[in-house]
Design a protein around this ligand. Structure first.
Ligand code: ATP
Ligand code: MN
Ligand code: MN
Length: 304
């Protein structure tokens, strides 16, 4: 059926019925973002964020008192978790500690009710734990690296992925850097995926040793960009597209079109406050083709 004004779904966005306790609690004091404001933000971005947070194991940064209080990075379920959050069992885990997942908008708002300030999914789904469906190259600029150089690093990462047969997408981290994310067909298992991303990071570092490093030794990072490929390891996570960050400024990790990657848009440019305006003014979702662009990681003899 062709979509017409008549057949199109009503514009009213889906709403969650999850009850928030302490809705007026301030989570980001600088911006005045409350717990309820955070729930409204996630309701607004739900259709965009859903493919990246539903049905995956999630690590969560929680802060019951907001970003100025104590925060906890949690990979396992805890007591008092909102009932809309789904507990899942890592098939290789020998302990009884379940991991955390969500299935729907109530699950997402359940995370807000549980004081989650950042959402960090795995690169694989609970339907296919061992075979990731995306890889992420995390560009971490060391002290003294200009933003232009980080942009150039992202473009080079994209080019190398493309030469290896993968399409990639770009997002701000909401912190200091950029994330180049490539959807992959869930065929290769974690060790192969890690080796693939390590090879890209290593060849960037050996071709341009003045610009890039691929090892995490802090002392070697001054003036260079760490190509952090270690997100692509079983059990490791990276912040989700559209996730908020528990940092001053209420920034979010924002998916962009590649041609939006300009000096005017820094890593923390998009926030809880300006995202609704951005989404309303977009002609199309910059990551709309993310899943359909997935290609397999090929064991290639060519150097990346
Ligand atoms: P930036 O652009 O500032 O580097 P980022 O999201 O890429 O932002 P970090 O916030 O430094 O980087 O986190 C790096 C990764 O380590 C995150 O993607 C997260 O999944 C993981 N991580 C974050 N905090 C913790 C923690 N306390 N313990 C273990 N892993 C963590
Ligand atoms: Mn980073
Ligand atoms: Mn990193």
């Amino acid at each position: 059926v062709r979509e017409t004004a008549k057949t199109r779904a009503p514009a009213t966005p889906e709403r969650s019925s999850v009850k928030l306790t302490h809705p007026d609690r301030i989570y980001w004091p600088g911006e005045g973002v409350t717990k309820e404001g955070l729930a409204d933000y996630y309701t607004e971005v739900w259709k965009y964020i859903a493919p990246f947070v539903v049905g995956r194991p999630l690590a969560l940064l929680r802060g019951p008192e907001g970003i100025t209080g104590q925060t906890f990075f949690q990979k396992h379920a805890w007591k008092g978790l909102n009932s809309n959050i789904v507990l899942v069992k890592d098939p290789t885990d020998t302990d009884d500690e379940p991991l955390i997942s969500i299935d729907d908008l109530d699950g997402l708002i359940g995370l807000v009710q549980s004081a989650v300030l950042e959402i960090h999914p795995w690169g694989s789904t609970v339907a296919n734990w061992e075979r990731p469906d995306m890889i992420i190259m995390d560009l971490d600029p060391g002290d003294g690296v200009a933003w232009d150089e980080v942009i150039a690093g992202a473009l080079e990462t994209r080019e190398r992925l493309e030469r290896a047969g993968l399409n990639s997408f770009i997002k701000t981290s909401g912190g200091k850097g950029l994330h180049v994310v490539a959807p992959v067909k869930p065929k290769a298992a974690w060790p192969e995926v890690k080796a693939f991303t390590k090879a890209i990071a290593d060849s960037m570092a050996s071709d341009s040793p003045d610009r890039y490093v691929s090892t995490i030794t802090k002392s070697k990072r001054k003036g260079k960009i760490l190509i952090d490929y270690l997100r692509n390891q079983r059990g490791m996570t990276a912040v989700a597209p559209y996730s908020t960050r528990a940092r001053p400024g209420a920034a979010v990790s924002m998916p962009l079109e590649w041609d939006e990657l300009t000096p005017g848009i820094g890593p923390a440019y998009f926030t809880v406050l300006n995202t609704p305006t951005r989404l309303a003014s977009l002609k199309r979702d910059p990551w709309a083709d993310f899943r359909s662009a997935a290609a397999p990681i090929e064991k290639s003899k060519k150097k990346p």
